[in-house]
Design a protein. Sequence first.
Length: 579
Amino acid sequence: MRPSALLCLLFPLSILAQTPDTPTLRTGTQLVVVDVTVTDSHGAPVHNLKQSDFSLLESDSPQTISHFEEHTAAEQAKLPVMPKLEPNTYTNFTPTPDDSPINVLLVDTLNTSVNDQANVRQKLIAFAKDIKPGTSLAVFALSTRLTLLQGFTSDPKLLLAAVSKTTNVQDSPVLPDEIGASESLADTVRIPSPQIKDAMRQAEAAQTVEQNRSRILTTLAAMNQLARYLSGMPGRKNLIWLSGSFPLNFLPNAGLRNAFRATGSTQAEVRETTNLLARSQVAIYPIDAHGLQNSPLADASAGRYAMGPLRVAGDVDTFSTQKLAEQNTMRQLAESTGGKATLNDNDLRGAVEKAIDNGSSYYTLAYTPHDKSKAGYRRIAVHLSSGNYNLSYRDGYYVDDANQKPAASAGKQAPAPVDSMQIAMQRGAPTPTQILFKVLFVAGDKHSDKPAEGNVASPKSRPPYRLITIAYAASPGDITMPTQPNGLRHVDLDFVALVYDRDGQIFTQQTNRVDVFARPEAVQDFLKEGVRYQQQIAVPAKGEYYLRSGIHDLIGDKIGAIEVPTSSIATAPPTTATK
């Protein structure tokens, strides 16, 4: 990677350096961070506790607390002023409230029936109209993909506009509207053969299993995206998740000897999500969008139960079993991440406010595990020396065995792993901040009849093209650089640029891999100037397009990305590179 005059146009990495050096949990390192909320019997936060009041265990072994800090709710969360960027320069650094927890609102339509969606929207609009002054939120929506509706803001008008964007009612593609609403074909038509009816029921059951798996994987992918988006932001993040029907067995059960046994075929995906949430200090506050829900008997007048008492008993049993399982999953989600679940409560607006208040006062504990070699799920337990208080904190994290090879599948082809970089680089997706970086875009003053060297162009792509040079400057502290026995540092990065049209179709793409072993003096240059790279991509000169550029740390599996409309990239004379 040779410096050029173009790269020198990038201003110093002052923005990237503004992120405090907050301890974060990273697999492969030995510093573990645990955020603990302490409340009394009335749910009020308990303040002024000291480090000596706490004791912490990992897998039943006492640990030494090396960092301790109390965080209290601020009167008003103020967003810092974003430093002014030079023309054509962009960053994925996101201003967040100073010394205040970060609150994210996720409206989940994938796992919520249409009727419950309408109730959620109504309550959220009322919440936004009368929101507590100074409350800062980011708003996301989950359907078949995760969408950022509004970045962090404390402006009530912007928050109201964001929650109002969820008014496009849509059916979940993998979720029935309600218990009993999706009739079994085997029960609604006359089938003389019991064997055929049983086969139909088995087929429908298999389809339901596959739909649930699809729902789980989509939800896990969204959680991964949120964790990567929030990773570069310091401190605790409270994810307030409004949903009607959670995927079952989402996170590991810390009470089992094999914590991931209940996650079934999604074990690898759940492990990844668990660690990403832990690294990003995300606490989940699930809110049941059903509120206080009646049994199917309340709808007996609809005539669904004309088939007799067996159908009534079957639907009541299904309702009770599913409701219990879903609520247990919500509790498990909260307990596993240090949040708190809200169940059987029609006051959704109040539940959101309580979640924000609960996550605003907490204690941060950090420790280095005494046993640095143990692989598997490490359970965390925190205790207070006195006082009858309630403690909420994440109950563990997972460490992979570096020497263990993946188990061979038993005669079945293993499902393809989720490509985290592919998801992060989707058009309009939240921009991950695991790697903070800045990028300078410079467009040449002349059009070209062919794409830039190395570009892969879609058959739909037609000249003329604008050739845009992309100059990256990444925060070196976010890049994994393991030291080799010979003293060299291994750096393995992918630099990816994609050009999309407004419908999300890729027109041009460019990928460059930098896999090097850096000498100590080169590493010192990285630390002073940032990790820099340059590539070029062609954008069709006619039409509306979006350029998404990203960096993937292949060793640490960390990602950063930025997306801009190409119409905002001004044309400038080409810069003469110098060796």
